[in-house]
Unconditional design. Structure first.
Length: 494
């Protein structure tokens, strides 16, 4: 039979299924999914539903372990770190007579000045650092006096140079010699004497020599005048008197010759008296007095000329700074520049921390209290309170100054100019102690303190304790009525 024979058409449900096969497949899948979802809903529970369905756990204590630790109560403040007492440095250059040119010895930032240091070299001359509070306002030379002379003498004495009488305010030859020694110490020649000083000394010395010769001649004349007549004069006068007497005796009595001889005899005696009487030395004495005054005046002029040649201290060659040593923080001049204002800024060589605190905190602190400062690298470094100052009128915070313990150069560089946190212990335990949170303490019927300790069997027991320092939410405890050790669990809540 041929394959082209037509097949009979489906009838009834067969025809319905064959004609809508895709629809039936989709319907069967949907029914299967519905049945599977319904079944899973009885076995799969969401977390929220599980939480709702869960029963509440049984109540139990909340515990923390007993710790063995150090406790301290701290006042925490912040402070700025800088070198102390920063000041601008200006030089007195009015006496130079020309531009103040920096020629050398320019310090580097970070350099330290001590007594005898050279701050700068100006026009080839040193500016010597000396200790003192009074600023320079004039040149000091032999003969001047004042508080600045006393300051100079004290400064010289402080570096081991003897300036003479330190209590005297007069710049004398001993002070001049001390200044000369100062220049020798710093390696510079003393300043030159004013022009013409050597000629003045030579002229004054010649005047002194001439005055001495005049005085010597006047003294010789006075001595001769005071010596009286010589022996030959005495003999001569006595012979004249004796000759006149003999002539009188030899003259005939009652004659004119006798009378004339008597008159001649009397005259010889008068002349002898005049010749042998002390001489009038008033003119010679006046000459000596005048010569003495001339010599004294000549010596005064010579001393003045010599003093003018003694070493002096020009105003432009000294710089007084208080609180030495000093650290150079900034230099505003360089070699070859002309000074027209401040040349540098210096501060104390000690690094200090300037902080402030409220009155309530400041009242808990004392000078000498130890502190810990937080370093920029998160390490800690010790410090000591050196000053506590009450606020001025209108202010509300106390000023607190601290000095760090010895620092390395690296630590200095880290700290300078920074703002740091400072913790100052106002109470601390001596080493590690047993400590629990404050919440672990309860009060007994008699007011005693106690903690509730959880044992390994799940039961708790009360242990009476004595409390000590409380800090940072913890309190020091010492067991009194039972045993208590580190890591024991104490109840802090339920």
């Amino acid at each position: 039979m041929s394959d082209d024979t037509p097949k009979p058409l489906a009838t009834g449900w067969g025809r319905l299924v064959q004609g809508n096969r895709v629809i039936w497949v989709v319907a069967i899948v949907a029914v299967a999914s519905l049945v599977a979802g319904f079944a899973l809903s009885h076995f799969v529970v969401s977390p929220s539903q599980a939480a709702l369905n869960a029963a509440a756990p049984e109540g139990g204590p909340i515990t923390v372990p007993v710790e063995f630790r150090e406790l301290s109560n701290n006042v925490t403040i912040r402070g700025d770190v800088n070198f102390a007492d920063s000041v601008e440095v200006k030089l007195e250059t009015g006496d130079l007579g020309g531009p103040a040119v920096v020629t050398g010895q320019v310090p580097e930032v970070g350099a330290s000045f001590v007594a005898g240091s050279i701050a700068l070299e100006v026009t080839g001359r040193p500016v010597i650092v000396l200790p003192g509070d009074l600023p320079v306002y004039r040149t000091l030379r032999v003969g001047v006096s004042g508080p600045d002379v006393i300051q100079l003498k004290q400064a010289l004495q402080s570096i081991g140079i003897n300036p003479g009488n330190v209590e005297s305010n007069v710049f004398d030859s001993a002070t001049s010699a001390a200044v000369a020694a100062l220049y020798a110490n710093v390696g510079y020649p003393a300043p030159d004497s004013p022009e013409g000083t050597s000629d003045s000394i030579a002229s004054a010395s010649e005047n002194v020599a001439n005055a001495q010769d005049q005085l010597s001649a006047a003294n010789t004349a006075l001595a001769q005048a005071k010596a009286g007549p010589s022996q030959s004069t005495i003999v001569e006068q006595n012979n004249l008197v004796n000759a006149a007497e003999r002539a009188y005796n030899d003259a005939p009595a009652g004659t004119t010759e006798k009378a004339d001889a008597f008159d001649a005899w009397e005259l010889a005696k008068v002349r002898r008296t005049e010749a042998l009487s002390p001489a009038d030395v008033s003119s010679e004495s006046s000459a000596v007095s005048s010569a003495s005054r001339n010599l004294a005046s000549a010596k005064t002029l010579l001393a003045e000329a010599q003093q003018g040649a003694l070493t002096y201290l020009p105003a432009a060659e000294v710089l007084y700074l208080s609180g030495l040593p000093r650290r150079v923080d900034e230099v505003t001049v360089s070699r070859g520049s002309i000074i027209s204002g401040a040349v540098m800024r210096v501060s104390g060589a000690t690094l200090l921390i300037q902080a402030s605190a409220a009155e309530s905190d400041a009242k808990l602190l004392e000078v000498g209290d130890r502190a810990m400062i937080a370093m920029p690298d998160d390490s800690e470094h010790g410090a000591t309170i050196t000053e506590i100052t009450a606020p001025e009128s209108g202010a509300s915070r106390y000023s607190i100054v601290l000095e760090p313990d010895e620092l390395t150069p690296e630590q200095l560089a880290q700290l300078q100019g920074s703002n740091v946190r400072i913790a100052i212990a106002i109470g601390a335990t001596e080493g590690k102690v047993l400590a629990v949170p404050l919440a672990a303490l309860t009060a007994g019927a008699g007011g005693e303190s106690r903690v509730e300790v959880l044992g390994e069997d799940g039961e708790t027991r009360l242990v009476e304790v004595e409390t000590g320092l409380a800090a940072d939410g913890y309190v020091e405890i010492t067991p009194v009525g039972g045993e208590l050790a580190e890591d024991d669990l104490v109840v802090v809540g339920r």
